[in-house]
Design a binder for this molecule. Sequence first.
Ligand code: 3H9
Length: 709
Amino acid sequence: MNLPVRCRVDDGIAILTIESPPVNALAHPVRQALLAAVVAAEADGAVRALLIHGAGRCFVAGADIHEFEAAPREPLLNDVLLRLEACTKPVIAALNGTTLGGGLELALACHYRCATAEVTLGLPEIKLGLLPGSGGTQRLPRVVGASVALDLMLGGTPIGAARAHELGILDRLIGGSDVLEGALAYARELVQARVPPRRLCAASVPGPKPDPAMFAERRARAAREQPGLLAPGYIVDCVEAAGEQPFAAALALSRRRFEECRVSVASRSLRHLFFAERPRAGPLPRPTARRVQRVAVIGAGTMGAGIAISLVTSGHEVVLIDPQPAAVAAGLKRVATILESAAAKGRMSAAEAAAAIGRVTSSAELAAAAPADLVIEAVFESMAVKREVFGALDRICRADAVLATNTSTLDVDEIAAATSRPAAVVGMHFFSPANVMRLVEVVRGAASAPDVVATALATTRHMGKLGVVVGNGFGFVGNRMLYAYGRENQLMLLEGASPAQIDGALRQFGMAMGPNAVGDLAGLDIGYRVRRERKDRPSDPRYYRVADALVEAGRLGQKTARGAYRYEAGSRDPIPDPDVDALIEREAASLGVIRRSFTGEEIVNRCIFALINEGARLLEEGVALAAADIDAIWCNGYGFPRLRGGPMFHADTIGLAAVLAGVEHFAGLYGAKDWAASPLLRTLAGNGQGFVEWDRARTAGARASGGSP
Ligand code: 3H9
């Protein structure tokens, strides 16, 4: 049997190699094997020191996050680390790669630590709504002091080996890339010098100095900056306890606090998103993506320029194409201004900004797309215009080029049909501003070749973005759900809720912005135009009536200082406007809608249940491939609260039976046209299951049948 920890002895040094792909996470079998290997090496008379390292590109990337769904199984990592630290022979951690969370806690429990220069290490537990639960809150402050330890744990951002060496976390930096060779030499030095084991848990090693004012300030800041999470305040408590209580007592406190965080909804949600946001490996080997270096971006507006920025900052060469010379000039200027300002703010060096700017050229001719590996079209959202562009690209582009459209709602198959090579066409739906927003919906058309989809996905990843594969259909996943959510907003406006009341209730729920403020920010004319392009536009006269009336009154949103709110010059703060109330009342009266008052709970339930029900429909139809994909899309593109894990995970949290009851309640009040419960929602609720189980069953089923889910 292959044990996840291998041991060989090299001239008196026991080399323990943790080998548990892909990232050497400290799952139960790894903990068992590590404990056994330490005990055996200590007992082996031929061994004078132990050296622990990881196989592959990680030392250890932490505890196994999958295991946090259940109660911890012995041996607990805490106990393994205490046993390891108690070892009577020197134990050296040789960090060969990424060292995170429980991985760094393991290294801190070792008596000495060395690493190669390219290693990064940190305690990112906070990003999962957790605290370092295996001694990190106790051992790290003993090495770097309370303040730096709090910076590392509350920020969760890893640091490089050089900085860790400066801080004393690493005792030795190893030259070259082979950690083992350098670490063995270091271990022999330590053995020759007869250094004793150095234990951070020893009573002789003091915890950080008590500093009540500093801890109070950190606690207040943590509550302000990371509301809704238990972990930040608990991290401060545990580091404070490290200076006030014996090691064992403070360690026990940290363990209890870790457990409280582990079972919290916020941490469960963040862990769900951690996996939802990993690139989906799928059950089969992924088709190989084509190489993409040269990209043509068609359309030099805000979207085209934003896409170009993301491409050049990730090393691609871009030609920005627009038939209007003034638009090209403005697009190029926008690229340069944004990159220069990023350099001025210290987000990149001036040299990096200059190099990125140097990678973008421009043209007024579509023919400039001829050498491109990938073309991304970002022109006006009109089927006629897009078909014309794709027809021309078909004549111009290389046979192996990937042709992507950035449409947000139009039919990718219809666009592809304008070419003689629909297999080469795919959707890449960027979100605005494209240089900032991480999400890209990669739209798989009926004819899109697997390697074309893989190329779009790989390119988004290379751009540092999150690509989620979705099917073709009006609005794909994100915008189609937005229409259901927005529909309820619009209807409630007619029925008597004000824009500020609806936005306030949804912000209180955790949405980054309310739908009315979002509409004003994006421009109400955009949705207006899209609704007119929509083939299956509902015939209901109330459908987006308020938004249409605002546009028809010239209230396009922030850009005209008037939309669902009004705006003072130079300010983005929405101010409720009695003119809007009057406009809505007029529209309601003309449609015969009776107005009434709303509670915040009713507002939230109508919008969020509509969202969940539509999400379930998208799963049934196969437009969304997984509930986790929907969650990744809504948390990254639409400001859904991460601490609720996305709409589908939130549905699981409140229970699908309760969601179904809510949907049926609204169906009774407002009719089945908008509120017919999704059959999938009904089935899962009936079986007492959630969307997480549905995802799991689909993945397992696909694996068994050798297909993709
Ligand atoms: C912790 O340690 C708590 C302790 O304080 C206390 C315990 C009591 N577990 O991201 P990638 C999987 S909390 C399980 O695509 P990359 C990942 O799902 C933990 N699985 O690669 C993916 O699987 P698949 C603190 C994990 O090169 C595969 O590995 N640690 C874990 O872009 C490859 O991942 C963290 O928060 C894990 N810990 O990035 C670190 N990590 O192939 C979390 C990864 O099936 N991990 N997987 O889709 C990361 O930040 C990145 O994965 C890493 C590699 C930088 C390591």
